[in-house]
Design a protein around this ligand. Structure first.
Ligand code: PMP
Length: 421
């Protein structure tokens, strides 16, 4: 275990035993200069890799120019430029933006926006959803009780509808989609009247809840229902956005257009920044002055985000994520073929989950935990997810190369063999 400070609260849990001294590309180095292959990307954040020279340069330049341009007090150029640039990569028409600092804050802001714009109160979330830890976002989160337990009462007006998690439901993708859409209709008919329903929040790939891509047919069905009832679709692209799934936005795989997009994590390569985007028409229905914050749209974070966009485009990182994701998934499937304890390997782009299942069909958290630990001992940093922690997920930076993918698969094969013996 890495050195700990007695002053750190025992509330905090650390997924790997590493004390990171520096990062470079897909690697993290500890204080003894031991190198780790970082397939966590700081929970999907360091899209351009650790300390990409262009991001470093842009941030350093901005630090010496203007650090804190408070955007509700004075405007600054990095924020204006970023807004232009994001407008060109966002789904058409969703080119009105504002900024806060984290994914959770952006979710809160989207909820606020959706309620004001529709005059309705309820929000529908999908089972297994993760939208954050602040009270509103935690109320929308169903990925595991640890986020909700002991802090209630949570916000009323949240309705949970099934996610088409085919593997867990023991169904085909088509059956799971049909099931989830039928239940969504049922919720709208029995619990949350469309007239009371402001928004449906959706992660294009269920993230903390288990790394399950939402089938395109499900997303299209969801969009149809939202259109029929005047309900807004809020795409939580905090983890799936910025190329992670092999398309720029996770929802690009289904072709549906959301009403509100939330982005954070990969947006600024590690600087705290999140954005909420919608149409002019929708933003006009919200109440001026009701959103904002002291640090939102920080000038250094905006400069880093601009450099992040440059790097993603210049280095073809979205295409790289698609190709490397395919290579990684193929390798992981081969590992799973030799180890039936891995019941499912799934994902989009470089957002891949390995689900561990015991012979009786129950979640095998113990073997997953052992494999996760054995990988870290071999220098491969990973994370777990899912309500039972039995899914080991892989989210390398988008700059990952074939040699890194192949090394990760080799180390993973060894780790799983040790855990499964
Ligand atoms: N939404 C999604 C889909 C996320 O994955 C996360 C973080 N894991 C959040 C929201 C919350 O983001 P943050 O931790 O920056 O508040």
């Amino acid at each position: 275990m890495a050195e700990q400070s007695a002053g750190l609260s025992p509330i905090l849990k650390q997924a790997t035993p590493v004390l990171a001294a520096r990062g470079e590309g897909v690697h993290i180095y500890d204080e003894d200069d031991r190198r780790y292959l970082d397939f966590t990307a700081g929970i999907g954040v360091t899209s351009t890799g650790h300390c990409h020279p262009k991001v470093v340069e842009a941030a350093q330049r901005q630090v010496g120019t203007l650090i804190h341009g408070q955007y509700t007090t004075v405007m600054h150029r990095p924020l204006l430029q970023l807004t232009e640039r994001l407008g060109s990569v966002l789904p058409e028409g969703l080119d009105r933006l504002f900024y806060v600092n984290s994914g959770s804050e952006a979710v809160e802001a989207a909820l606020r926006l959706a309620r004001q714009a529709t005059g309705r109160q309820n929000a529908i979330v999908l089972q297994g959803s993760f939208h954050g830890r602040t009270m509103g976002a935690a109320s929308l989160t169903t990925s595991g009780v640890k986020i909700r337990a002991g802090i209630g009462p949570l916000m009323p007006g949240v309705v949970v509808s099934p996610f088409p998690y085919a593997y867990r439901l023991g169904m085909s993708e088509e059956e799971a989609t049909h099931h989830a859409l039928t239940e969504l209709d049922y919720q709208l008919a029995t619990v949350s009247s469309p007239k009371d329903t402001a928004a449906i929040f959706v992660e294009p790939v269920l993230g903390e809840g288990g790394y399950v891509p939402a089938p395109p047919a499900f997303l299209r069905g969801l969009r149809e229902r939202a259109d029929k009832h005047g309900i807004l679709v809020v795409a939580d692209e905090v983890q799936t956005g910025f190329g992670r799934t092999g398309r720029f936005w996770g929802l690009d795989h289904s072709g549906i257009r959301p009403d509100i997009v939330i982005t954070a994590k990969g947006l600024a390569s590690g600087f705290p920044l999140s954005a909420i985007a919608a149409s002019q028409e929708l933003m006009e229905r919200a109440w001026p002055g009701s959103q904002g914050g002291t640090y939102g749209g920080n000038a250094v974070a905006c400069a880093a985000a601009l450099a992040t966009l440059d790097v993603i485009q210049e280095e073809g990182l979205v295409e790289n994520a698609a190709q490397m994701g395919e290579r990684l998934q193929k390798g992981l499937r081969q590992v799973a073929d030799s180890h039936p304890v891995i019941g499912d390997v799934r994902g989009l782009g470089v957002m891949i989950g390995n689900e561990f299942t015991a012979p009786d069909g129950s979640p095998d958290t113990e073997t997953a935990t052992r494999a996760h630990r054995a990988a870290a001992e071999r220098g491969l940093l990973l994370l777990t997810c899912g309500p039972h922690g039995n899914i080991v997920r892989m989210i390398p930076p988008l700059v990952v190369g074939a040699e890194h993918v192949d090394t990760a698969v080799e180390l993973w094969a060894e780790a799983v063999a040790e855990a499964d013996s």
